[in-house]
Design a protein around this ligand. Sequence first.
Ligand code: KIV
Ligand code: ZN
Length: 434
Amino acid sequence: KYEKTYFMPPVVTYDWVKKTEIEKPPVWCSVDLRDGNQALIEPMSLEEKLEFFQMLVDIGFKEIEVGFPAASDTEYKFMRTLIEKNMIPDDVTVQVLTQAREHIIKKTFEAVKGAPHAVIHLYNSTSVAQREQVFRKSKEQIKKIAVDGAELLLKLANETDGNFTFEYSPESFSGTEVDYAVEVCNAVLDVWKPSADNKAIINIPTTVENAIPHVFACQLEYVDKNLKYRDNVVLSLHPHNDRGCGVATAELGILAGADRIEGTLFGNGERTGNVDIVTLGLNMFSHGVDPKLDFTDMHHIRETYERLTRMHVYERQPYAGDLVFTAFSGSHQDAIAKGMAWREEKKCDTWTVPYLPIDPQDVGRKYDSDVIRINSQSGKGGVNYILKQSHGINLPKEMREEVGYLVKGISDRAHKELTPELVYQIFSDNYINT
Ligand code: KIV
Ligand code: ZN
């Protein structure tokens, strides 16, 4: 029996619906080393975080949330190491998270002393549930926590060596009345008074995703239209994925006015994860927008991610999983083989090969080992393709059906995939060595 009722976010405005395409990439901020790391069974060591940081830099991230320095020794030391060993490239900004509590904010500023440029990310929870159940405070009292935190950031930034940008998140926005969340953000902005030379970031998290993405986009558009100092505010989104819609939330959020996205590689992060930036970036790429992130060596990115996080990238993870460009079935194999031949013949620039959302080579995948694979579902076109790719054998049309049935029959009886070597061996045993 489903007897509970849930908080239902209200629909407020929806001009974004008229837009259909994302025209430029948002500012990307990786939160792998903070949100991703805090959700791991075994958080990364300092050395592992350093290696992960370098990979993020190599991919092209210009903003990286490196941790919550007041949360643990490793987090603190990691920030100090980056600064003291001069490991932050000039064009990269590191970001650190802090709760709106005095001793935590103070520790955070100690951690970032001497950073060439850092974003100090302040948050407190604003949702109905957390106000009532966790803090037992009124709306005014919760707003005051945010304002007091914002004031302390301003004071300490003036006293600390370094160049700082401020970010504020009304944590648990997804469970907060939208107009109240905006009221709190505006109160924080009134403290910071962002200007063209000193912008502030307002970050809207779906801390627990609870809305259909178009409903969230309506809320975001309301925020976009009602934030003070809007020209001097970078409107950021921090989607989680509890309903499996993090990517859709981010995409509709961008249409609704977001300038920046916080997310992780392969959607690591609390519970079902943060939004997957790999999917978001490559979705844009497949629509002709350069995401300005380099995923051409997906194999290396995946291997590094899996080794350092001890997580596994799912076989059907968009653009990255082992099987996402693979066709076993005969009709798909046939269409792909014909599409590839057509592409070669016409020398066309636009990628239109059936069943392949992007050219697998763009993420470092190979046609022969990653695309056409042979099992009992395969067809004559696939078998011929494999013989041609692996051994230069292009069967005459009249033979293809017979060889195809022979090979798939063997696979069916063995309940096994056949490698190109085995396919060749079957062919050679039956047609060459006989
Ligand atoms: O999910 C969340 O709300 C967060 C905040 C700290 C931004 O991670
Ligand atoms: Zn989060």
